[in-house]
Design a protein around this ligand. Sequence first.
Ligand code: CDP
Length: 239
Amino acid sequence: MAKGLYTKRNSGRKMDEVRPMSAKVGIVPSADGSAMFETGKTRAIAVVRGPRTLHPQHLQNAQTGILRVSYGMMPFSVSDRIRPGPNRRSEEISKVSEWALSSVVDLSGFPNTVVDVFIQIPQADAGTRVAGLNAAAMALAHAGIPMKEMVSAIGVGKIDKTLVVDLDKYEDSDYHEGEGSTDIPVVVTSRTKNVALLQLDGKISIPEFKETMEMAKKACNEILKVQMEALKNIGGSNE
Ligand code: CDP
């Protein structure tokens, strides 16, 4: 049940303000690439392995390597224990993350191979798919996987009549007690500013939608700076 107009954010943030971010590259020395991305209380880890020869052989593509993404929340990442293993939600997020990242990686130089990206969420406070994508993009760059451009991701949305950036769990679901706010995860490419992924859960008018896209692009520019800084500073952290 909504409590009236959403004029002041629970966290005290401005409507277009992202949560405090931090990023680190090279967190798993044995991996080909790895990174962590944190926004507020949401933390994502991404590990990249590959390119490696793809088995079974009939799945191989002689023209290009393929990207495989697996997303999962750790059992105690939220207050209710999450059952380990895949579920409908994690399968969906793995698939959409794979689509978004496949649009920027170029595996044509690695035929018959696979690049695996493992995204894990040790702590969740909404926005985990976008935090996972931010970490995954850094981990792919760290692994030296050819990329046409980077990607940065953010959740934007609408609470009552108010447009907001980077919803936390309270704003995403608790504020409306089950009904849910309008939640729009967006992935923006770094150079061409194309939208590599857009999902929409809830209702929004076309003018409001256009405004949220502008807010998302601005937030993604800020996120890109944090990602690039972390990539320059491999092994260190950027807060
Ligand atoms: O995390 P994201 O916003 O990408 O996806 P969501 O499905 O909209 O989930 C929003 C939030 O709900 C998650 O980030 C978690 O904080 C929470 N959640 C949960 O408490 N239990 C679950 N089984 C799934 C999500």
